[in-house]
Design a protein around this ligand. Structure first.
Ligand code: ZN
Length: 164
């Protein structure tokens, strides 16, 4: 049975107890968070964030791709965010693949070589530093001084900062 039926039921209960009206489209903490899509990381709960406070951008690995830069450029230039927090985590699915292996798998299965980078990694701290560097060096962003990066431990919920 697909998950959507339960999700819609959950939403009816959620909407019934929805307790704030319209919020400003601009995040009140002037904050953007970029995180991995991992299902064990609840960004709002882990950081104590509430609706309206931050942009949360997610993809496999929390990688600073061109598309994340696109979103951050809009976030900073139109919606007033000035700080970027990056969250990677232990036991990431991207540590289970290699760029070459996954690329070959996609090409063999489809006959098409993907145009995107796979962005697998082995050292999570180094991966966070890579993401920090990409934000700091993007010419499209207005605010590149307040960028911090963390590793979230999926077994304890603890966030550990990575020095750039
Ligand atoms: Zn991950």
């Amino acid at each position: 049975m697909p998950a959507i039926d339960d999700l819609l039921e959950n939403n009816r209960a959620f909407a019934a107890r929805f307790d704030h009206g319209h919020l400003d489209v601009r995040p009140s903490l002037h904050l953007a968070v970029v995180a991995c899509m991992d299902s064990r990381l609840d960004v709002f709960a882990a950081l104590g964030l509430k609706d309206g406070q931050a942009h949360v951008l997610r993809n496999a690995g929390g990688v600073i791709t061109d598309d994340v830069i696109r979103s951050l450029a809009i976030s900073q230039r139109r919606l007033g965010t000035k700080e970027v927090v990056l969250i990677h985590h232990t036991d990431c699915g991207l540590q289970l693949i290699t760029d070459d292996g996954f690329r070959a798998e996609l090409q063999e299965a489809t006959g098409m070589a993907p145009s995107f980078a796979i962005e697998s990694f082995t050292d999570v701290d180094e991966n966070v530093r890579q993401s920090i560097a990409r934000v700091r060096h993007s010419p499209f962003l207005l605010h590149r001084d307040r960028v911090s990066g963390f590793v979230y431990d999926v077994d304890t919920g603890v966030l550990r900062e990575v020095e750039p």
